[in-house]
Design a protein around this ligand. Structure first.
Ligand code: MG
Length: 172
């Protein structure tokens, strides 16, 4: 395959993956547990899985942060080596590589982080419901890793413990 096509495909995949992780993360943080509970009683598809996720929100958030960084960091390292291949033989390739690097960094910030988080906030419930089943399945598949990372974050004082696994809903 043409190296430039590979480069652009890889760049698009990283941006889409990073955007999906960030929009879901923002949506999961925004979505209201009481509303989720109401939707579950109405048997809305995805609401049962979503309520389970919201009962222990730390796991889903750690998982989404891991996915986001796999795309942003590991993806970008792959992209960098591919960009090196593409630009190394052309005149002014070193400058082209620097420009590509800068442009892609801006693209990740805008299209992989800021825009998806705004969208995730605005459409929190539909995004959360759509992602819930897949996210819960991923949570179960990666549970040992998530427990270690969550424990490490709690120990480091970065996040509060999920407690026994229930979100306390207070109504006044
Ligand atoms: Mg992202």
């Amino acid at each position: 395959m043409n190296p430039i096509v590979v480069l652009l495909t890889l760049a698009a995949l990283i941006l889409v993956g990073s955007a999906l992780a960030s929009s879901t993360e923002a949506a999961m943080l925004t979505v209201n547990p009481i509303q989720v509970h109401t939707l579950k009683q109405q048997r809305v598809p995805g609401s049962r899985a979503l309520e389970r996720i919201k009962a222990r929100p730390g796991r889903a958030l750690v998982l989404l942060v891991v996915i986001n960084n796999l795309f942003n960091i590991s993806g970008s390292m792959l992209l960098g080596s591919q960009a090196d291949q593409v630009f190394k033989d052309i005149p002014g390739g070193a400058w082209a590589l620097v420009a590509f690097n800068g442009g892609f960094t801006v693209a990740v910030i805008l299209l992989g982080e800021i825009l998806p988080k705004t969208i995730g906030n605005s459409f929190a419930m539909p995004i959360s419901l759509t992602a819930a089943r897949f996210l819960l399945l991923l949570e179960r598949l990666t549970l040992p890793l998530l427990l270690v990372l969550t424990a490490a974050a709690v120990l480091a004082g970065i996040t509060a413990s999920d407690g026994p696994g229930r979100v306390r809903v207070t109504t006044t």
